[in-house]
Write a protein that binds this ligand. Sequence first.
Ligand SMILES: Cc1cc2nc3c(=O)[nH]c(=O)nc-3n(C[C@H](O)[C@H](O)[C@H](O)COP(=O)(O)OP(=O)(O)OC[C@H]3O[C@@H](n4cnc5c(N)ncnc54)[C@H](O)[C@@H]3O)c2cc1C
Length: 366
Amino acid sequence: MHTVIIGGGFAGIKAALELANKQTGKITLISNSPYFNCHASLYSILAGKSKRQSKVTLSDIFAHINGVDIVQDEVISINPEKNIVRSKDVAYEYDKLILSPGMVSDDLGINGVKSHTLSIRNLEDIDKLRKRLEANTKEKIAIIGAGPAGVEFAGALSEWYEAIDEVADITLIDSGNRVLPTFSKTASRLASRKLRDMGVKIQLKRSVQEVKSSHIVLNNGVIPAKNIIWAAGETLSPIITKHVQYFGIEENRVQVDDFLEAYEDIYVIGDCAKASGSGTADGAVYMAEYVAKHIIHTMMGRKSRPYHHKPDIKSVPIGSNWAYVEQSGIYVSGKLGSLTRSEIENRLYRQIMPRVQAFSALNPYS
Ligand SMILES: Cc1cc2nc3c(=O)[nH]c(=O)nc-3n(C[C@H](O)[C@H](O)[C@H](O)COP(=O)(O)OP(=O)(O)OC[C@H]3O[C@@H](n4cnc5c(N)ncnc54)[C@H](O)[C@@H]3O)c2cc1C
């Protein structure tokens, strides 16, 4: 059997490892980047940590794993009727296809977002952002989007400015009525307090109408800022949107059945799946484990239990010594939260790479 996996993020890597472990046949992992790019640690790179944490070579992860071909290629089309995916030059036939291309940034149709904001989705974005900030540390910074990404970048930026003896003028803007809207209200309250203590201004219930090179136009005013970070919108990757005739789309995610199947022989996992756990690294890993098990069951003619995700662990770091972590109504925050968050990162990395590599990625100065 040949399983093709698209995407070398948490979901794709974990699925390949699980299938290889059970020797299910040939596995081809196709990713358009040679690296595993960990979004969740980008904020710490901005704050000065080594890039090794967010740039682990895929071929290193699979160096001692038999049966997995790592291919650096961009898949541009899927033909589910013929079980073929294609890049510009190559056609890959599959028996089972696992789609885990993650999400891409979306400007939500707002004028000026593409031309005047900085994105924070990969290392290149972070390099660009850093250079821009270093060029003029006196400029005001605005972050649009007070979800986990916007919040952790606000904290990292504030700390970074402090480290270079500058006072950052950071405004975090969101159209909702609280920061971290997908977390509990306690999280929103504690995170807001921490951000304010760090000097971050929070502007809620402000909807962005347009972004200009020197300011943001809101529904009820204007915020001056030249360094504008976009942390607000994301959408399905083009490899999915080009094939909507095959997939059901719900709330900007691909509909899947109880076994995470979106079309015959095509499974969709990770951020782009409309399933519980979507949107977190932990959820992506969990879906990958489930799908690998389900494919193995199918091969053996056994039935699988429907997919069911355990309650998410949600965490957000604000600066290097403070984090908020919650699961099933229980939370920790502050220094203890930060230690818990480090342990969560450790555990996640160990799920997708050998222990030594995980240690080296997470302890860059060791
Ligand atoms: C700034 C930021 C901060 C975050 N912080 C946290 C956090 O603190 N905790 C947490 O749990 N989650 C966090 N997340 C979310 C977390 O990163 C995702 O849930 C997780 O990465 C999802 O994994 P994935 O494998 O589905 O997708 P991804 O990690 O996005 O991987 C998808 C891969 O597919 C590749 N790809 C895409 N299209 C193609 C194609 N056509 N052909 C070949 N390859 C392709 C991409 O290059 C990428 O390598 C954060 C996200 C962002 C953006």
